[in-house]
Design a protein around this ligand. Structure first.
Ligand SMILES: NC(=O)C1=CN([C@@H]2O[C@H](COP(=O)(O)OP(=O)(O)OC[C@H]3O[C@@H](n4cnc5c(N)ncnc54)[C@H](OP(=O)(O)O)[C@@H]3O)[C@@H](O)[C@H]2O)C=CC1
Ligand SMILES: O=C(O)C(=O)[C@@H](O)[C@H](O)C(=O)CO
Length: 277
């Protein structure tokens, strides 16, 4: 089993430097895949109401046999549940589906700015945290201006912002803002969804030089940027491979060479315009 190192979030919680994405893992096979990820050493699980797999995640947590406090279960509030009362109901429904007594990391999935209810949603999450139903609160797909607004209107900054981040979109400015404000970055689609990224010359050359796989090069790059990647794989062997990135290091020059692949977002995910219900 791989031991994944941790960092400490601004709220004092110990948080893995690499986690497990669960989008698409559903049904009995999905539960088995999540259990095998936990057995491989993953301790941070990323789910969402919209992934329709919270019951599979909760079942995998119970089947793992681990002490509950060893795992960080993430879920996310969808756009249709924005608003104070709606977000509180959303959390209760997530807890029912998870079959757990606490959401360890609760995120607003997308800001949906045209609806303009993310501040009210955030107020509900602050209260859910005070009541102990949620441990850490954060957001996903928020811009610097949206984070500033949460701080200005509620006095509470998210401890995590989970955003699209991979070598084609390294998010340099947003990461610098996070660092300045004590926010941990999480990278979604860290492998760029197994696109041509894994065949880029710079990646395959580094993999050969270091004696690791292309995915390990990419995931190590995330770790060295100070962002927690959450790669998804339904296969036990790949899950182990993806977690096994703590026994080698890239030089600053190698990190910079990978970051030079930057070309922008890969999907329709601009938080100022993307609406996801
Ligand atoms: N907050 C948000 O808005 C978003 C959050 N997310 C989260 O981020 C997670 C990860 O992103 P995701 O979009 O799944 O994409 P990833 O970048 O994690 O890529 C997943 C793909 O890569 C393949 N893969 C994984 N490991 C390997 C490997 N070692 N070798 C070859 N192929 C591999 C997987 O296939 P296989 O399973 O067959 O191994 C799958 O097809 C999601 O599961 C979700 O939890 C994602 C999108 C948006
Ligand atoms: O998987 C997720 O969590 C998402 O939010 C995706 O649907 C994401 O919105 C996307 O793929 C954007 O293009």
């Amino acid at each position: 089993m791989i031991s994944i190192p941790t960092v400490t979030l601004a709220d004092g919680v110990s948080f893995p430097q690499l986690g497990f994405g669960t989008y698409g893992l559903r049904g009995a096979d999905g539960t088995d895949a999540i259990v095998s990820a936990i057995q491989a050493g993953y301790r941070l699980l990323d789910s969402a109401v919209n992934y329709e797999n919270e019951s599979e995640v909760g079942e995998a947590v119970r089947r793992s046999g681990l002490d509950r406090d060893e795992l960080i279960v993430t879920t996310k509030i969808p756009g249709r549940d924005h608003g104070y009362d709606e977000a509180r109901r959303s959390a209760r429904e997530s807890l029912d589906r998870l079959g757990l007594e606490r959401i360890d990391l609760h995120l607003i999935h997308w800001p949906n700015p045209s609806v303009d209810k993310y501040v009210d949603t955030w107020r509900a999450m602050i209260d859910l945290r005070s009541e102990g139903l949620v441990r850490s609160i954060g957001v996903s797909n928020f811009t610097e201006a949206m984070l500033d607004r949460l701080q200005a209107e509620t006095g509470v900054m998210p401890v995590v912002n989970q955003v699209e981040l991979h070598p084609y979109f390294p998010q340099g400015a947003l990461r610098a803002y996070h660092e300045e404000h004590g926010i941990r970055t999480e990278s979604w689609s860290p492998l760029a969804r197994r696109s041509e990224l894994l065949n880029e010359q710079v990646i395959t050359d580094l993999a050969a030089e270091l004696g690791v796989s292309p995915t390990q090069v990419v995931l190590r790059w995330h770790v060295q940027l100070g962002s927690t990647p959450i790669p998804k794989s339904g296969h036990a062997g790949r899950q182990r491979e993806n977690a096994d990135v703590f026994a080698f290091a890239l030089t600053n020059e190698q990190v910079a060479a990978i970051s030079a692949l930057e070309r922008g977002r890969l999907w329709d995910g601009d938080p100022t315009t993307h609406e996801e219900m």
